[in-house]
Design a protein around this ligand. Structure first.
Ligand code: NAD
Length: 398
C-alpha cells in the first residue's frame, strides 16, 4: 500500500498528468445516478464497450450497466498506479464502476491494453466466450493519438490539421488563458492517411469481423461508433480537416457494417453524431476549447446543455436499446447533436465568437465552466470532495 498523500492537479496546457481517486469515484457515482433514472426498458443482456474508461465511452458503459442492466466488458488503455504515482483518471473511473457494480450484484470486466492489437482482441473474445456472452450492444468509442498496426508494426500518428490550405482562427491558449490567433498548416497526404488509420473505421471493422466470426453477436445486435460534425465555424479544423476525413471513413464503415450485420444477425451498425463536450480528446483539438466554452454558455442559458452521461442516456433510451427504433438522418446517422446545432443556439455562438477576446473571455463564454469540467475529468474540483485529506493512490481496478 502506498503512503496516503494529498493530491493536487498537475495541469500542463490541455493535459493533466495526474488524477484524484476520490474525485473520479464521485464523478462516476453522479453518472450512475443519472443512468439509473433513465427509464430503460431493461432488455439489454451483454455489452462490449471499446474505449469505456473516460468520456463518451465511460458514459456508455455506465448507461448499459446501471441503466439497462447489461453485463459489460470494457476495453481501454489506462495507466495503473505505480508506487506513490497516481493512476490515470480512466483507471480510477473504472475502479469505481467495478466497485459499484459489485455492490449492485452486476457483472463488469475490463481488459486494459491496446485495443488496436490482435492480442487484446483475442483476450477480449476469450473472456466473452468464458461468459457465454451474446452481445446485443457493441460500442466503439476509441480516441487515440496513435495506432500500432497489428500486422506490420507500423506506427500511425493522427494529427489535427486542416486539409488543402492553412487555417487561421481564434483559439484559447490553455497555458495562460489568452485568446490568441493560431495558424495551422495544412496536413500532408501521409498525415491525412495516418489520421484515418487511427480514427477511421478499419479497426472497428476488425473488431466486428472477429466478433461475428466467433459467433458472439446476438440476433438483432446493435453496434455504434461516435462521430462529430459541429458548426461551419469549426469545419476547417474538424469536419473538413484530417479528423473529419477519418470520421467520413468511420461513417462509410458504419454503412458497410450495417449491411453485414443485417444479413448475418438481423442487426444494425450505426453512427451517433454526438455533441461537443469537454473530454481528454476534445481538449487537445485547437480552436475547439474556445468553441465549447461559448457553446456551454449559450446552451446553459437556454437550458439545453447536456454532459456525456445525459447524451448517452438519451442515445440508448431513444435509439439503441432493444426494442427502440433509431431515428436516422438522410445519411443514416443518429443525431444527438441536435440541440448543439439548433439554429438559434448557433446564431448566439456566432455572435459571441465575433466579439470574444482575452479581456471578455470569462464574460462572453463559459471558459470557467470549461476549466472546471476539464479538472473534473481528472477528479479535481469535484463538489463534495475534501481535497485536504490524504488518499491512497494504490486503488486496484477490480
Ligand atoms: P476520451 O479521450 O475521453 O476517451 C478515449 C477512450 O479510448 C478511453 O477509454 C481510452 O482509454 C481509450 N483508448 C485510447 N487509446 C486506446 C488504445 N490504444 N487501446 C484501448 N483503448 C484506448 O475521448 P472521447 O471524447 O470520449 O471520444 C470518444 C469518441 O467520441 C471518439 O470517436 C470521438 O471522436 C467521439 N466524439 C467526441 C466528442 C467530444 O466532444 N468529446 C463529440 C462527438 C464525438
Amino acid at each position: 500500500m502506498a503512503t496516503p498523500q494529498i493530491i493536487t492537479a498537475k495541469i500542463r496546457g490541455f493535459l493533466c498528468v495526474n488524477a484524484h481517486p476520490t474525485g473520479c469515484a464521485v464523478n462516476v457515482d453522479r453518472q450512475i445516478q443519472v443512468a439509473r433514472a433513465a427509464g430503460a426498458l431493461g432488455g439489454m443482456r451483454d455489452a462490449l464497450v471499446i474505449g469505456g474508461s473516460t468520456g463518451y465511452g465511460l458514459s456508455s458503459l455506465i448507461t448499459t450497466i446501471f441503466g439497462h442492466g447489461a453485463r459489460a466488458i470494457n476495453v481501454c488503455l489506462e495507466r495503473p498506479p505505480h508506487g506513490d504515482k497516481p493512476a490515470s483518471a480512466g483507471w480510477y473511473n473504472l475502479a469505481a464502476v467495478h466497485r459499484r457494480a459489485k455492490q449492485d450484484g452486476r457483472t463488469v470486466d475490463s481488459v486494459n491494453g491496446d485495443a488496436y492489437s490482435n492480442e487484446i482482441k483475442a483476450e477480449t473474445i476469450a473472456r466473452l466466450k468464458r461468459w457465454g456472452a451474446k452481445l446485443d450492444s457493441v460500442i466503439y468509442s476509441l480516441a487515440s493519438p496513435r495506432r500500432v498496426d497489428s500486422a506490420t508494426g507500423q506506427i500511425w500518428a493522427s494529427v489535427l490539421k486542416p486539409i488543402g490550405a492553412p487555417y487561421a482562427s481564434k483559439s484559447i491558449n490553455l497555458g495562460n488563458d489568452q485568446v490568441v490567433t493560431v495558424e495551422i498548416p495544412p496536413a500532408s497526404d501521409e498525415e491525412i492517411q495516418a489520421t484515418t488509420k487511427v480514427m477511421g473505421g478499419e479497426d472497428w471493422t476488425m473488431w466486428m469481423s472477429a466478433l461475428l466470426a466467433e459467433g458472439l453477436l446476438a440476433d438483432g445486435c446493435r453496434a455504434v461508433a461516435y462521430s462529430y460534425i459541429g458548426p461551419e465555424l469549426t469545419y476547417p479544423i474538424y469536419r473538413s480537416g484530417t479528423i473529419g476525413r477519418a470520421k467520413e471513413d468511420l461513417e462509410r464503415t458504419a454503412r458497410a457494417l450495417d449491411a453485414e450485420l443485417a444479413s448475418r444477425v438481423g442487426g444494425r451498425a450505426l453512427i451517433s453524431v454526438d455533441k461537443a463536450l469537454v473530454t481528454q480528446a476534445s481538449a487537445a483539438i485547437p480552436v475547439v476549447p474556445l468553441y465549447i466554452s461559448i457553446l456551454y454558455k449559450v446552451m446553459k442559458e437556454k437550458g439545453t446543455h447536456e454532459g456525456t452521461i445525459e447524451q448517452m442516456v438519451r442515445l440508448f433510451r431513444d435509439h439503441l436499446q432493444p426494442g427502440a427504433a433509431p431515428t436516422l438522418d438522410a445519411e443514416a446517422r443518429i443525431r444527438i447533436d441536435d440541440r448543439e446545432l439548433e439554429p438559434r443556439t448557433q446564431a448566439a455562438v456566432s455572435r459571441a465568437w465575433a466579439e470574444v477576446n482575452t479581456e471578455n473571455l470569462f464574460a462572453v463564454s463559459d471558459f470557467a465552466g470549461f476549466k472546471q469540467e476539464f479538472r473534473n475529468l481528472f477528479g479535481f474540483d469535484v463538489p463534495g470532495v475534501d481535497y485536504s485529506q490524504p488518499v491512497d493512490v494504490d486503488v486496484p481496478l477490480v
